[in-house]
Design a protein around this ligand. Structure first.
Ligand code: GDP
Ligand code: MG
Length: 498
């Protein structure tokens, strides 16, 4: 048995790879010994060999485009070498099926490509360890190499039961709570804390992103004086010795006007549904709740979630003027707490955190303590580019622009000892807008505008990645993209199935 793992990513570290590798050897040995596998494989005098490559999202997207004509990031791809069907060889093994490595005679059965970034997301979704997800994907792929196939509807059940059987036998059953390898280094992660999800809801411009930035002390969501800058639900994770709060920044609640706005309302709702606590943020400058706040309060009530009222921008108003506001809001809902804050000046934020933490259940942390956001560098890069578009252009360029990262390529140093040593990140990105006139504004005279946007965005991406960045921007026009779900999907405004 020989499993060669080549790790081209940073999401999976050396120790993880060793543990992963030992599980794969066990799994493959077991699999080959099964009665449904051609005895020619186990009976051969050669060692069965498989190459497993761990790659980033861009790489697997490219492979999908090239080999399956699907421009998508998938979790795993299998490239069988032998012609097999349901575990049986279609033809006898021939001399050319074997290769030699030094003294060893090998029988390569195929290549497996896995995307750990995607696996991590899936593991979180299913609530099991990253390791289990990675091993599961590999086992799934081994079955493909051995001629089992679920595409075209064939064999789906058989394949699933075999996968489960192998996973159970190697000690990674479905229900197992094997902690991710990285947790070993963080004993705090295993201690109980008040921990849970908090949905931050409120109208655009009320200060949600500012609060998240204050809380995490780091630039996470994008702050802008223009409403609705925050498009995706960004999770900021607040850690304290006794608590962990995972924030879901919602894009704001307002009346649907286009598919994009519908999506935003939708995602506020979704965020609240999965949360332990809802924080409704109100603007201290407006005494009365408007329909958006009333809707948010109704939503929390309907979902039976405890709700805290955070009255933001308290720095901009007098203390007395908050009293009528509090009285008015108390009429629309029963708040567990009402906390005046200034997200900008970091006033009252500790009190707000205490109020949230009091409502969270005591349980192990969801995330290892150093994780700050669930977004990948790629996703944050696209947000950082968008931020500069909003900064350098004004009202003429509406919120109808999206940024798509076409490729994100990490160049390793020549003498890199591990995959963390990057010398350069090369990013190609497209700015998608709705009109030709927007395109010319974005380009600017002699391309000056796009140059400025690019330079500023590049500097911020370099700060975030701590690496030199080459950024290439293109402007594309796609008319009416806001109303076309295909494009929404393509640009990452994904609707998850509940
Ligand atoms: P979001 O749309 O809810 O995410 O709002 P942002 O966080 O982007 O904030 C919108 C604007 O309100 C920005 O210009 C902030 O600087 C400003 N802002 C946010 N919090 C406060 C605050 O506590 N006091 C004052 N005076 N302004 C604030
Ligand atoms: Mg925001």
């Amino acid at each position: 048995m020989m499993i060669n793992i080549e790790n081209k990513t940073r999401s999976f570290q050396k120790d993880d790879v060793n543990e992963f590798s030992s599980y794969l050897e066990k799994a493959l040995a077991l699999l080959i010994s099964k009665e449904y596998i051609d005895p020619a494989l186990s009976g051969s005098d050669a060692e069965i060999s498989v190459d497993v490559r761990l790659v980033g999202e861009d790489a697997i997207r490219k492979l999908n485009a090239e080999y399956r004509e699907k421009d998508r990031v998938t979790d795993v791809l299998s490239f069988p070498i032998l012609d097999m069907m349901d575990g049986r060889l279609s033809e006898k093994l021939m001399p050319y099926d074997f290769t030699y490595l030094e003294e060893k005679k090998l029988l390569p059965i195929g290549d497996v490509v896995i995307c750990p970034e995607k696996a991590r997301k899936q593991a979180e979704e299913y609530g099991h360890s990253m390791l289990r997800e990675m091993v599961f994907l590999a086992v799934h792929s081994f079955l493909h190499l051995l001629g089992f196939d679920h595409e075209n509807g064939r064999d789906e059940g058989i394949m699933f039961s075999k996968q489960d059987e192998i996973m159970n036998e190697i000690g990674l059953p479905r229900s197992s709570d094997v902690l991710p390898a990285s947790d070993d280094e963080h004993p705090v992660g295993e201690m109980l804390a008040h921990c849970g999800y908090c949905a931050l809801v409120g109208r655009p411009n009320v200060g949600k992103s500012t609060l998240l930035n204050t809380i995490s002390g780091m630039k996470l969501a994008i702050v802008s004086h223009k409403p609705q800058t925050t498009r995706n639900n960004i999770q900021a994770i607040y850690n304290r010795d006794d608590a962990q709060v995972i924030f879901v920044d919602t894009p704001g609640i307002h009346k649907p006007q286009s598919k994009l706005s519908e999506f935003m309302v939708d995602s506020s709702f979704r965020a609240a549904k999965g949360a332990d606590v809802v924080v409704l943020m109100a603007d201290g400058r407006f005494e009365k709740p408007a329909s958006v706040e009333i809707r948010a309060a109704e939503m929390a009530k309907k979902l039976k979630k405890p709700m805290i009222l955070a009255v933001n921008k308290a720095d901009a108003v007098s203390k007395e003027s908050l009293l009528p506001l509090i009285a008015n809001y108390s009429k629309i809902a029963e708040f567990s707490d009402i906390v005046p804050i200034s997200a900008l000046k970091d006033d009252g934020v500790d009190e707000l955190m205490n109020a949230i933490i009091r409502l969270l259940p005591s349980q192990p942390r969801y995330f290892p303590i150093e994780e700050v956001t669930d977004q990948s560098e790629r996703e944050i890069s696209s947000e950082l580019i968008r931020e500069q578009i909003l900064h350098y252009t004004n009202e003429e360029i509406p919120h109808g622009t999206a940024v798509e990262i076409d490729s994100f390529e990490e160049v390793l140093k020549d003498d890199a000892l591990d995959s963390y040593d990057r010398s350069l990140i090369r990013i190609h990105a497209s700015i998608i807008c709705e009109k030709d006139s927007h395109k010319s504004i974005l380009l600017g005279r002699n391309g000056q505008m796009i140059k400025r946007i690019g330079t500023a965005a590049r500097e911020n991406i370099e700060k975030m990645t701590e690496c030199k960045v080459f950024l290439d921007l293109h402007v594309k026009v796609r008319k009416d993209w806001k109303n076309r779900q295909v494009f929404l999907d393509e640009f990452g405004y994904k609707k998850k199935d509940d």
